[in-house]
Design a protein around this ligand. Sequence first.
Ligand code: NDP
Length: 310
Amino acid sequence: MPVNVLFSARPALWPVYEPLLTKGLNDAGLDFELSTEFEPDQVDYVVYAPNGGLQDFTPLTRLKAVLSLWAGVEAIAGNETLTVPLARMVDHGLTQGMTEWVVGHVLRYHLGMDNHITVQDGTWTPDAPPLATERCVCVLGLGALGQAAVQSLAALNFQVIGWSRTPKDIPGVTCLHGADGLKSALSQAVIVVLLLPDTPATENTMNAETLALLPEGAQIINPGRGPLIDDDALLMALNSGQIGHVTLDVFRVEPLPPEHPYWAHPNVTVTPHIASETRPFTAAQVICENIRRGESGEPFLHLVDRQLGY
Ligand code: NDP
């Protein structure tokens, strides 16, 4: 009997993924059917994104696993109709894109690029920026994306602090964890990057109390998820000067509503959730490898801990 793989994502992605998944599953030597439609009780695997519309997994009685095309799984991790393994996306292309975006925005702050690019008023202030060795950057979240970011920042000689839930050991990076670790990290960092998942435990990680720990004028870059930040507390901290500038790629409501104060704030850069994205060529390989594993009884890669939510 063929392995039935349901593709449930934005319809525009189907023509992109269909040939890549077909090749990957053929290369894996599998007898398979790949489609955007099956009878529910005939589905073995779902290639999933939240915008595919699938919410009730109860009728998928033959389902073996759900393979997310997205790294962030907050939209599905708590779905009680899902009782089979859920794998999230860890994709080299996605990671590379995020690393480039994070490093670019850190360098924008570090080098004070806006002072010379957006302000062209005839003022000649020949103050060279400090070296990266003199600048402490903190990355909250040391998963697939955070680890790649801290390694690139460390390679540029920044003083890098990374923070995660469990202890880590990354060469060239001061790794902290737990509540005390967060306090220590934030009290030193002049640039903070948020690469945490959206879970009940990470909501409002940046709040009035933690924002106050940062050195005055610190800058924050959020490509993680909107709920990581208490928006009201951030706006107050921006208005008081406690926070100098923020770059926000993700928001509690997306698209960010036109009336939201972030759009007009002079010390906020809004980007439209473009820090990175899953790259079909490399992502299809990850999906096919997980289906191959499922069919040969090997453990799936990148499984989500449904209790923790990531
Ligand atoms: P991972 O699951 O690999 O890593 C998550 C990291 O966060 C881990 O280091 C984990 O700690 C840490 N963490 C989780 N909960 C806590 C907590 N309560 N306290 C401290 N640390 C915690 O995720 P990725 O690196 O792949 O992705 C991170 C997020 O980036 C995604 O969840 C998604 O929201 C976002 N993203 C944004 C994109 C964009 O374009 N803006 C694109 C792709 C992803 P530990 O290692 O100890 O488990």
